[in-house]
Design a protein around this ligand. Structure first.
Ligand SMILES: Nc1ccn([C@@H]2O[C@H](COP(=O)(O)OP(=O)(O)OP(=O)(O)O)[C@@H](O)[C@H]2O)c(=O)n1
Length: 497
């Protein structure tokens, strides 16, 4: 009798009703979780594109950026997908033949047509921003600069992209957009984190931009740029030094050395054994030095090296004017600058040069860096050429000078100390995108950085799915527990008589 009851109790648990309820429960949970996953899964990703041409003094480069179409106006999702270096010199070098400036861009523009999906061509904005090379040409000969823009504009208008115009960026814009790029790529803006300063060294100008607690813009409004980004206010200190890019500073130094109009110049910034014949007219053909051309100089001079870092540094120091500061503190040439503060990213030629010299590690004490550079500069030119057979001779000849200029600019010009030097990181790319002004420029023109923080969902997708799964499982367990009266009694041990 008791065995029979026990069998009955056991069977209760296996009754068709219980089985059906359990199966329905499991199906309901699977359905709930599946719907939650599918509902929140991003739809098939569609991308949007933007193209920026960086028309620099030494060369032009094209950058293609991509972002998920539904993430317009959202945080940190724009990435560089492709870059193309235009063959030949910067567009300012085509002043006497402007049509060639437009033609020079065609190869990279063809490449861009292949990289951006065809159905996106028409809606893809295309910008050209010119920097210090065109700033100088505009100072020297504004109609020649207009003609270059005319030719470049006509060439870009013919592309299938949505050409938004070509213009010269001010030095302030170049500095500020470089800072935006670095901080955007590091997700510092969207998260309201401490920002990184930006150091940009080009061929014809150099920029320094950073946030300083002691800078509110009142002492020197010309150096202040204010932004409201993701709900945070920034008052950025920025300055661009025209003629202080490394190619123009080399002219300044050589102008100094050739003031007496001699036919031979021994240059401590070039390796011993280096010897080239150079034209006075070419050297002085820049508004940075044109007013200093010595009268009665011969047509050419022999530029020879004598590889001496300390003397090179003395020469380089001469291009900075440390007198006549009308502010509480200055960098050089009477330009206001608060004390450098926080971490810095140094890119463009800062990176090219320091990377070549194997000096990107800023944890190495500054004194040791200088010793290494002293040894490098003292290496004879034939040895340098043997060691680097694949490096362009023009670049190779100048690395001693460039390294010396960079260290002098940072320490004497911007007042980085042995301690704050280690706050600098020499960088080329951040998360796959080149550091430079182009990304910040495009983000600004496409209104891709909101002034206020965008509303974000309570939970990220993965969190939401996990939450739904856990709650569903919990409900299931509760449901099973609620069927307890139907459970076989565990307290009674079945006894088979
Ligand atoms: N492997 C390389 C590549 C470039 N350079 C140098 O780096 C400078 C170019 O830096 P970049 O940021 O490209 O300058 P531009 O945009 O051309 O100049 P600017 O911003 O002043 O207009 C030039 O002096 C060039 O000789 C270098 O030393 N080594």
């Amino acid at each position: 009798m008791s065995a029979q009851r026990e069998m009955k109790e056991k069977n209760l648990w296996h009754t068709p009703v219980t089985i059906i309820i359990t199966v329905i429960g499991v199906i309901a949970i699977v359905a709930l979780v599946t719907v939650a996953v599918l509902q929140n899964k991003p739809l098939h990703q569609k991308y949007k594109y933007g193209i920026v041409l960086d028309a620099g003094s030494s060369h032009t480069a094209l950058y293609i950026y991509e972002w998920p179409a539904e993430k317009d106006n959202n945080t940190g999702r724009v990435e560089q997908t492709h870059s193309c270096k235009v063959k030949g010199p910067g567009i300012s070098s085509y002043a006497s033949d402007p049509v060639k400036a437009g033609e020079s861009l065609s190869e990279c523009m063809q490449e861009a047509q292949l990289k951006v999906p065809k159905d996106r061509h028409q809606e893809t904005p295309l910008y050209l921003g010119a920097t210090a090379g065109m700033r100088l040409l505009n100072i020297e000969n504004s109609s020649a600069s207009d003609r270059v823009f005319q030719a470049v504009g006509e060439a870009l208008q013919k592309s299938p992209f949505s050409f938004q115009g070509a213009r010269i960026l001010s030095g302030q814009e170049e500095g500020a957009f470089g800072w935006v790029t670095v901080n955007y790529l590091d997700d510092r803006l969207s998260q309201g984190l401490e920002t990184t300063g930006a150091l940009d060294l080009g061929g014809a100008s150099t920029q320094i931009s950073f946030i300083s607690d002691s800078f509110d813009g009142s002492e020197s409004p010309a150096n202040s740029v204010t932004f409201r980004l993701y709900g945070n206010d920034y008052n950025l200190y920025t300055h661009s030094f025209l003629c202080y890019g490394k190619d123009q500073v080399l002219r300044l130094v050589l102008a100094h050395l050739t003031q007496s109009g001699l036919g031979n110049v021994a240059d401590p910034c070039f390796h011993s054994g280096y010897m080239e014949t150079k034209n006075y007219s070419v050297l002085y053909d820049s508004p940075c030095v044109s007013d200093r051309k010595p009268s009665g100089a011969p047509a050419t001079f022999t530029h020879s090296g004598r590889g001496d870092f300390l003397q090179c540094q003395e020469m380089v120091k001469k291009v900075f004017n440390f007198t006549n500061c009308k502010y509480s503190q200055c960098s050089f040439n009477g330009v206001f600058q608060p004390l450098v503060q926080g971490p810095f990213g140094a890119f463009s030629a800062y990176y090219f040069v320091m990377n070549f010299l194997n000096l990107t590690d800023t944890s190495i004490p500054l004194e040791v860096v200088k010793e290494k550079l002293t040894r490098y500069c003292a290496t004879p030119w034939n040895e340098i050429q043997q060691q680097h057979p694949k490096v362009k001779v023009k670049y190779l000849a100048e690395y001693c000078f460039s390294g010396t200029y960079i260290l002098t600019l940072l320490t004497e010009g911007y007042n980085f100390t042995s301690e704050s030097y280690s706050d600098i990181k020499f960088i080329k790319k951040i998360k796959g995108s080149d550091a430079g002004w182009t990304l910040g420029y495009m983000l600004n023109l496409t209104n891709m950085i909101p002034a206020e923080a965008p509303d974000t969902p309570l939970l990220p997708h993965a969190g939401y799915v996990s939450f739904v799964t856990v709650i569903a499982l919990l409900l299931f367990v509760l449901f099973i527990v609620s069927l307890r009266p139907l459970w076989p009694s565990c307290s009674k041990q079945p006894q088979i008589v």
